[in-house]
Structure formats: C-alpha cells, structure tokens
Design a protein. Structure first.
Lengths: 586, 164
C-alpha cells in the first residue's frame, strides 16, 4: 500500500466514520421500507430450486400481484437456500399476523393460484382464508422435524432475506460483529474466538482461534499477510459452501474481516469453484457493495484497520481443497500440495503468512462476535461446539441443506430430519466426509455427529456431505466409485497416492467383477494403510477410507463377491497389515 | 484460418490488459479466455505466454492439470451429466450410458457433426434433483435413461430452428 501522510489518514478516518453511519442508516432505511408491506412471499432461488424453475415462479408471483394491484403491499423476495431441496422450488407466504405457509414444488401456474386463493383473500377479507384442496396438497408443514430439529446460525438468514440487499443484511445485525471487533484490541477478538471453541468446518476441525493466533504471531512479510477463504467444495454430493456463499456472502466476508483484524492480515482471497457461478456472482457483488460502503478499503469505519479482498476461481481440481495446493492454485499454478512445515501461517500464499479458513467457519465468526463465545459454546458437545451444516442427499426423503447442533445423532439426521429413505426400503448406511470419509452403518444410528466420534468410526466430518443409502446400494460399488474419484483427482506428486490409489482401484474392480480373492482384500488393506501413512497430503491420506470402512462394516458384501469368500479367514491379513505398518512408520 | 488467428490473438490481448498487472493471475486469465472462446485456443496461449511472460510449457501444464479447461472447441450443445455421489447412486451411470448410446460417442468427446459434446461433471450442487443433466445451461432433473433420446431430439430441433 502507498504511504499516506498523517493528514490524509485523518481525512480517511473521518470518511470511514461517515461511512459507518451511512451503513447503519442503510439498515434503518430497509426497516422503514419493509414496514409498509402487508405480506411477503419468499421464493428460494438457490441452485437446486433455480434449476427447478424458480426464476419463472418469481416472475409469475410478481405478474399476478401486479395484476391484483398488490405490488406495493406484498414484497416478493428472491432468497438463498431454504433447505428442503427435494421439494423445490419452494415458496413461503408470510402474511402479517398470520402463520407462515410453505409451498412445495411450486410452478408458475401454482404461483398464480397462491396469489389468487391465498394472498389476495388474506389481504382483502377478514377472517380465515380457505384455500382449495389443490393448494392444501402443496403445503409443507413447517412443524416437520426437518425444520424443528434444526438450529440455525450460519443458515439463519438464508431463505429469510434477499442476499443481494446489503440493507437487509445490516437490518438483521450484519456487520455488527465487525463493528464490535473494531472497538476491541485484536488479542481480545482472538480470545473470544478461542473461547467459543469454533473449529474448522472444512473437515480437519482445527481450532480456528489457534490458527489465527499462529497467524497473528507471524510478522508481516513485505508489509503483507493474508486470509484465504476456502470455497473449493469438491466433495461430489455436497453443496453447503455453495449455498452459504450464494445466500450469505456478506456473512462470509464479515467473518474473514474479523479474522483479518484479529490476526493483522492485510488482504483476503476467496477461492471459489468455477462450477458455482451463483456463489461467485454473489461474492463479487458483496465485495463491490462492501467497497462502495467503505466496509472494505482504508481506515475502515474510522479505525486504523485496512483490508481488501478479491476472488480467485477454482478450475475443477479436488486436490485444491487441500490448503497448500489451494495456495498454489491461487498463485496461478498447478494445484499440487507441498509438505508442512512450514505451515501456511508461517509461509503461505506468495511465501507470506496466510490463514486458510472454510466458508462455513467464517460464516460463524460474525454471530460469535455479536452474541459472545458462551452463546456459541453452549451448543454442541464437549469438544465440538456450535452447529454443523450438512447436505443430506442420496436415498433420503427430505434431501436438502440442514444445520444441526453438533452431537445430533445419525438416527435423528436420517430418520427425523431426513424423514427416512426415499424408497421406503430399509436404511443401510450413510457416508460422511465424501471421498475422504467412510460409512456409518445402520447399527450406529445412536452415534452423535462430532469430530471425534466420526474419526473413531473410520470416517470424518468432512465438509458436511452426507449420502444416505438403502439396502439396494452395493457398498463395494460405492467404495469403488469414491476410490475412482480420488484416483482421478490425485495430483500425482507423491508415489503412495499416485501408485497406491491406482493399484487399489484395479483390485477393487477385480473384486467388483467377481474375480477377487481374500488375498486381494488383504492386499488392499496393506496398500490402504501405507497410503494413509505415507501420502503427502490429505487427499492420499484419506483416499483409502471409503474402502477400508466398507470392508470393516460390510465384510459380508465383499465376501459374497470373492471367489473364495466362503472359506474361513486366514490370520495372515492381520499380520500383513502389521508388517506393513512397521515398514511405513515415519 | 489466418483471420481467426488474428482475431483470437487480438481478443486475448484485450482480455489480458487487466490481468497483466496482477500477481498470480494466469488461471483467472485462462478462465476469461475460455469464457470468450469456449475453450483455450493454442493461438491464445501464445499471447498469454508473451504478455504474462510465462513459458508455454507452464501454461500447458496448468491447462492440463485442471479439469475445467478445454483445449479443443466443444460441440455447440454441451451436455453435462452429473456423476456426483447423489446422482451416481440414483442411477447417473445409466443416464451417461444412455446419452453415449444415443449420440454414438463416448463422454468427453464431440459428435462428428460437431453438434453435441458430452461431459461428465462432479456435482452441480442440485442434489435434490438427482440425477441431473444440464444442457447449455438448461437443467433437467430426475433424468432417466429413457429421457436421453427426448432431450437430444429437443436440442436437435432447437439447433435446427436456429439454423445451426
């Protein structure tokens, strides 16, 4: 940054103070504006509902409201993800003083009926409104466990606000966390985050406060230190970050800025998958608005804090979710990981100290600052605090995006929130952590979802993908699918992952084709354990998980495919694995 | 083709103006080039090498590392079939096979007439609609193998109307 004179800085500070006032005013103006509305129609326009035709639903709502002369009375809001993606497009009608009604599978035709049968009578006549059986059938109870069992911190505003309206974000307490942080000392902010017990939501679960403290201790290099938001959600079947970025981009930016203030970082980067155009577009808009209102820039809100942020696109490489590979990609290079230490907080992006945080982690920071660390740490288990967002998909009735307190059991997730299997057939297992995770079988429904328990069972929290499978799904097939994915995505830099993964996949194919033997299973375990210990980065270290965990819990399915599956087990399996462990010990 | 080359290089030079001064901008520049041409033409790469002062070999290595970048022009109708986990367990594989059979080419290639290009993608973020197929930005949810011929026919008609 260019050096400024004291006089110039004072001027900028004065401007910052005015900008802060303007921002608060923007929120007040929003409140004033919506006060006059008699009703609101919230229409989900996140990726899933949008793909289902939500844009034309929105148009239909607007047109029929105009036709009814109600365009000034009813606010039509295009929102972020409402959660129950399987029933999309979703629309929620809120008439002042009445209970909200949620409609599922809304089409443009249905939108017109909703206006004529529900909205118009409600606003023009007294008393209860009776809608036709057709509309009744499309109603989705908001008392479903899917909604009532959730606890929303990160997804709080998604589905309830217009993500493109900065005024609405401010009116809902947005940037209050940042404003509060800026009145404190950086170390006080760090203390709050540490005390809250917030841990990385990208999978690893590293304490955020500790990571930030490490960065705060690293001195600036050439006057710079960075924050990176990891939005490279590569896990196939998971879309939490996509929705959080698309529906709450300001909250993520706010979290990053609080982190930057606490650590002394000078600028930030959002690394977002190119496959998420809506997330990119919303983040670009948030940055633009933030610059305009002086949230980003010099002497923010009249303080000495300066910060700028920019976006970099991912380009379809799963390994770039790994932090050292991600930094390499932000630098415009091939996304290959490098050994740690040095840790990114010492030597990161462009060789300067860098902290990399997941999208959801950052989205938690603002609310923690506003409500205090105790408010946050009250939720969750002893070691996993707060909530976690999951994308529950696969063969589950209520597939969608949910946020639950840490410690919610697998059973509550699948049966209550998920509503059981979509096929009605018996539930078999749920896969968490995507290609890096493992399966949780039906026998473990009582297991609480938190970092430690998931790790113990051979899976991991991952970023929050949760795939439900019923009795028709072959566990061997699903393990082969995941392994095929990681082999495809291996960057090829280190041998254990490049060669091990490939060989393992060949053996898995052999088994799936019914040509495998017990010796092949033993070999797979041997390779898997070697990969776990010797691979350079998380991709290779966790790639064997789906295979090893299905072998552990669904051995019978493997045995049924083996030529010698009926023969008694030999003991050499254990021995081989042990021998292998010794060979690969670091 | 000589005219094409000049045009591509001119356009690329324009795109690069804003990226020249930013550090680590190679991937962003390539994204914008692909956005403009549908793929990253060799002629454009030459200009990138010159303007950003990055060796051709390095540009090529970056392009081939990331799945998102294409080195050849895709067909006019791009059929993206999701094979993310949710789509996979709901029958995504059979949808892929149905499209391959219908068009007579394997995924990752363009039909001989240059009209259709099939690509397999990993998760489009709308798992609630699995299995999902996206054709030139239009999304089809809960696709079955039987839908493949219908979708192809629909796009043949659309393209015929547009005179392609």
């Amino acid at each position: 940054m260019v050096e400024l004179s004291q006089e110039q800085i004072e001027k900028l500070k004065a401007l910052g103070r005015t900008q802060k006032e303007n921002l608060i005013k923007l929120g007040e103006e929003f409140k004033e504006k919506v006060k006059n509305y008699k009703a609101s129609i919230y229409t989900c326009n996140a990726t899933s509902c949008h793909s289902g035709g939500a844009a034309s639903v929105l148009d239909a709502f607007r047109e029929s409201l105009t036709a009814a002369g109600l365009e000034a009375d009813v606010r039509v809001v295009c929102t972020g993800c409402m959660g129950l993606c399987a029933s999309g497009p979703l629309a929620r009608v809120e008439i002042k003083g009445k209970k909200a009604v949620l409609y599922q599978h809304v089409t443009p035709d249905m939108a017109r009926v909703i206006v004529s049968e529900h909205v118009v009578p409600a606003l023009k006549t007294e008393g209860e409104v009776k809608t036709s059986d057709y509309l009744k059938k499309q109603e989705l109870s908001l008392d479903l466990p899917f909604f009532t069992k959730q606890r929303k911190i990160v997804l709080r505003l998604l589905g309830h606000s217009d993500p493109e309206d900065l005024g609405e974000y401010i009116a809902n307490g947005g940037y209050q966390g940042l404003m509060k942080a800026l009145t404190m000392k950086p170390e006080e902010v760090l203390e709050i985050i540490k005390k809250s017990g917030l841990r990385g939501r990208g999978g690893g679960g590293f304490p955020t406060g500790t990571k930030w403290e490490m960065l705060s201790k690293s001195p600036l290099v050439d006057g710079e230190k960075f924050m990176i938001c990891n939005g490279d959600e590569g896990d196939p079947g998971a879309y939490m970050d996509s929705c959080i970025l698309g529906g709450g981009s300001h909250a993520v930016l706010e979290g990053m800025m609080i982190g930057a203030y606490a650590t002394g970082a000078t600028s930030g980067w959002f690394y977002i998958r190119a496959e998420y155009p809506l997330a990119i577009q919303r983040m670009e808009l948030a940055i633009k608005q933030a610059k305009r209102y002086g949230i980003l820039g010099r002497n923010i809100f009249g303080t000495d804090f300066n910060f700028m942020a920019d976006i970099r696109y991912g380009a379809g490489a799963f390994v770039c979710g790994e932090e050292t590979a991600l930094m390499s990609s932000v630098e415009g290079k091939r996304g290959t990981p490098r050994p740690r230490p040095p840790f990114p907080t010492q030597k990161g992006l462009f060789d300067k100290p860098t902290a990399i945080n997941n999208v959801e982690t950052l989205a938690n920071v603002g609310p923690i600052m506003v409500n205090g660390p105790e408010w946050f740490s009250e939720v969750g288990t002893a070691t996993s605090k707060g909530t976690k967002v999951f994308a529950i998909t696969g063969k589950v009735k209520h597939s969608g995006l949910v946020e639950v307190p840490m410690g919610t059991t697998v059973g509550e997730m699948v049966n209550d929130i998920g509503g059981g299997t979509s096929s009605g057939k018996p539930f078999k297992a749920v896969q968490t952590g995507g290609p890096s995770g493992g399966v949780i079988p039906a026998s473990e429904l009582h297991m609480p979802l938190c970092y430690e328990e998931l790790k113990k069972i051979g899976s991991m929290m991952g970023s929050g993908g949760m795939i439900v499978m019923d009795q028709d799904d072959s566990m061997v097939e699903i393990a082969k699918f995941y392994l095929g994915f990681t082999v495809d995505e291996s960057c090829g830099k280190c041998a254990p992952c490049r060669i091990g993964g490939y060989q393992m996949l060949q053996l898995m194919k052999k088994i799936a084709d019914g040509k495998g033997t017990k010796a092949d299973v033993a070999k797979i375990k041997e390779i898997g354990n070697a990969m776990k210990k010797a691979s350079l980065c998380g991709l290779g270290q966790t790639a064997p998980n789906p295979v090893l965990s299905t072998m552990k819990f669904f051995k019978n399915e493997y045995d049924a495919l083996l030529i010698d599956g009926n023969e008694p087990d030999e003991e050499n399996t254990e021995k081989q694995v042990k021998a292998c462990n010794i060979n690969t010990k670091k | 083709m000589a005219e094409d080359k000049t045009k591509i290089q001119e356009d690329t030079r324009k795109i690069l103006v804003k990226w020249k001064t930013k550090r680590g901008s190679l991937i962003m520049a390539l994204h914008e080039i692909q956005g403009a041409f549908g793929y990253v033409p060799w002629d454009a790469m030459e200009v990138v090498a010159e303007e950003l002062k990055i060796p051709m070999a390095q540009i090529y290595s970056v392009l081939t590392f990331y799945n998102y970048f294409k080195l050849t022009a895709p067909g006019k109708v791009v059929i993206s079939i999701c094979d993310g986990t949710a789509c996979h367990i709901k029958g995504g594989q059979s949808v892929i096979e149905a499209f391959e059979k219908e068009l007579g080419v394997p995924a990752g290639t363009t039909t001989e007439d240059g009209l259709f290009y099939i690509q397999i993608v990993r998760c489009l973020g709308c798992c609630g609609l699995a299995p999902v197929v996206v054709v030139n930005g239009k999304t089809y949810g809960r696709v079955t193998p039987l839908d493949a011929p219908k979708i192809v026919a629909e796009w043949r008609e659309t393209m015929a109307k547009e005179g392609v």
